[in-house]
Write a protein that binds this ligand. Structure first.
Ligand code: ADP
Ligand code: MG
Length: 621
């Protein structure tokens, strides 16, 4: 039998490796910028065309390469950054695997121009799908300049896999942001089709964050700093009151390298628990500094997932630091219930002693002091919440016992179909709002509870779908125009869906860069329910975009996605007090919907407790 195993040609091996490291234009931007950082550059310029699909150019003023190195750098496993396996454990550079340039060159056409300070002339190398087609001596500036054209030209399947320009651009911006947040001492700029997206001069971290995310960010973040024997932590935390409805501004860095760390993210969420307004997310920029022995960077080809030796101890430290910072600045937990109710509860339960984790930390720093206090608050709240539940139950029963007109006129138009398909009729005169959350009314068969938020979402969703299909929504002009500034990714997405958003009834226009002007909103979101003065456009748009992004992942078609996103972000909330008239309107409109039983997200809207159930309950004793 013939032997069948063959060694793959380099070009094929490189293409296979490229599949791991180079997924899209943004990966090229990341790898090239990282190389520029490793080359000790103080200025890095990134030019792209068509979101990187036709051209990506990264130019730096770093150490440059010799003539031989300029050719060598495209070979697989060629790197100047490590020499032996042990070096892997003390990595201080961004790259070290020596495969980025080999991978990129196997799936694109690259031109490299580079010169070291000590050389009089520089080198030009041209590569086409792993093959060197040109090398010559040229006159050029110190540093390196890589031009990558026609990415994936020889891997059509990959090229087809690329998303729209705005999506690819968003990925590029995201990589650019992560790197510019890791190195505020380097000047970095980004241009797409000759439009400046970022021009970030060398600055301190706070300034850089504000330049990237908008001037307002500066007022909205608190700085933190702590040192323990295993880790140093510094950075910024968003204040609770400025928490946003969108994810995104959440960054961990370790030794100036961006990382994802779901476990540490949990620590932050836990620390913010009970102090953030509902449905908002904390902002954080946290920089860890650890001994390279404490981490393993090498577990992931793009090096964004990093393992720590002492994960559990660090979790506790993060938790303590964030709580400490939040406590220090007197951010009181906004509790769901109003103050009078709190004063009525003179009940102080005993609480369990909090155990300190077994870690060695700086003896002068006691991060757990605050932790204990917060724990008291939490247990306290939980306990009286339980106490309160009993009050609620009593209230509940009273309402059911006391309707004045037990028999009401059943009007034909008050007919509705229950989930089980049987008919029932509701009373359009008597409503009660329970905990600003449920609307209670009697139906022929018993007691009906309606979740106000989900009900309103259903009503709005049906309205928006109608508007999108018929272009019929009217714009409610606002008295005050409002300018909003979004982060770059959200701005790109909003531009993409601007026309459809207008169809929904927004009067909104693009000003420049990341700024938009809102002059009106869909009339049906403010109709009875919302006082236009209280409407925070920025919050509404951010929340709309966030929902839109989420639904997009679920592959929902654009019309339905928009209708759903807007319905969810603009509906009344649990906790909104409603007048009798508003409750009546919600119920009438809900039962005019085709599917009154479920919210657009499939949440149940209605619960009916039948008279039999109630009777049975009282007979049981
Ligand atoms: P790695 O970064 O893992 O070493 P790369 O394939 O990204 O592997 O780069 C290979 C080598 O090319 C680097 O180790 C470095 O010596 C050199 N190099 C790449 N880009 C630059 C640059 N912009 N300036 C100077 N040298 C560079
Ligand atoms: Mg590299």
């Amino acid at each position: 039998m013939l032997d069948i195993i063959q060694l793959l040609p380099d070009s094929v091996a490189n293409q296979i490796a490229a599949g791991e490291v180079i997924q899209r234009p943004a990966s090229v931007v990341k790898e090239l910028m990282e190389n520029s950082i490793d080359a000790k550059s103080t200025k890095i310029k990134v030019f792209i065309k068509d979101a990187g699909k036709s051209l990506i150019q990264v130019t730096d003023n770093g150490i440059g390469m010799s003539e031989t190195d300029a050719r060598m750098c495209f070979e697989r496993h060629t790197t100047s950054k490590i020499k032996k396996a042990n070096d892997l454990f003390v990595i201080n550079t961004k790259g070290f695997r020596g495969e980025a340039l080999a991978s990129i060159s196997s799936v694109s056409k690259i031109t490299l121009k580079t010169k070291r300070k000590i050389d009089e002339l520089g080198t030009l190398v041209e590569i086409n799908g792993s093959e060197i087609i040109e090398q010559e001596i040229i006159n050029c500036q110190n540093g390196g300049s890589f031009i990558v054209k026609n990415l994936f030209f020889n891997v059509p399947a990959r090229r087809r896999f690329l998303k729209s320009n705005s999506t690819e651009l968003r990925h590029i911006i995201s990589e650019f942001q992560k790197l510019s947040l890791s190195h505020s001492d380097i000047e970095m700029s980004l241009y797409n089709n000759d439009n400046e997206i970022f021009l970030l001069k060398k600055s301190n971290l706070r300034e850089r964050i504000s330049l990237i995310f908008g001037r307002k960010t500066n007022q909205n973040i608190l700085s933190i700093k702590t040192e323990t024997s295993i880790i140093k932590i510094k950075g910024f935390l968003g204040k609770a009151e400025s928490a946003r409805k969108t994810y995104g501004e959440q960054f961990f860095f370790v030794n100036n390298r961006y990382m994802r760390h779901p476990y540490f993210h949990k620590a932050i969420l836990l620390a913010y628990e009970n102090i953030l307004p509902p449905e908002t997310f904390p902002t954080y920029f946290i920089y860890f500094e650890v001994d390279t022995n404490e981490i393993d960077i090498n577990i992931h080809p793009t090096k964004t997932e990093i393992k720590f030796v002492n994960e559990r101890a660090i979790f506790q430290i993060i938790l303590a630091v964030v709580k400490e910072a939040m406590g220090k600045f007197n951010v009181l937990p906004p509790i769901d219930f109003d103050n009078e109710e709190r004063l009525d509860i003179p009940y102080l339960p005993k609480f369990k002693k909090v155990q300190e984790p077994e870690i060695k930390i700086d003896p002068n720093y006691n991060p757990f002091r605050k932790e204990k206090n917060n724990k008291i608050d939490k247990i306290n709240i939980e306990n009286w919440q339980k106490l309160y539940e009993n009050f609620e139950k009593e209230e509940n029963i009273e309402i059911v016992k006391e309707p004045k007109n037990i028999s009401f006129d059943i009007k034909e138009e008050n007919e509705f179909l229950k989930k089980d398909g049987t008919k029932d009729f509701f009373d359009s005169n008597n409503f009660f709002q329970l905990k600003n959350k449920y609307i209670l009314t009697q139906v022929k068969s018993g007691l009906m509870l309606i979740n106000q938020k989900y009900a309103h979402q259903r009503i709005l969703f049906d309205n928006f779908i109608k508007s999108l299909n018929t272009n019929s929504n009217t714009v409610q002009k606002s008295l005050f125009q409002q300018k909003i500034q979004l982060n770059s990714q959200d701005a790109i997405l909003l531009k993409e869906i601007l026309n459809d958003i207008k169809k929904l009834g927004f009067d909104i226009s693009f000003i420049d860069k990341t700024n938009f002007l809102i002059k009106g909103t869909p009339s049906n979101i403010i109709s009875v329910f919302k006082n236009i003065k209280n409407l925070d456009f920025k919050e509404l748009i951010e929340s709309l975009i966030e929902n839109y992004k989420y639904n997009k992942k679920l592959d929902i078609n654009i019309k339905e996605n928009l209708a759903k996103s807007l319905a969810i972000s603009s509906s009344i909330r649990n906790g909104d007090k409603l007048t009798k008239k508003e409750m009546s309107k919600i119920i009438d409109e809900l039962f005019a919907c085709k599917m009154p039983n479920f919210s657009p997200n499939g949440k149940k809207i209605i619960k009916i407790i039948s008279l039999e159930e109630l009777d049975k309950y009282f007979e049981k004793v």
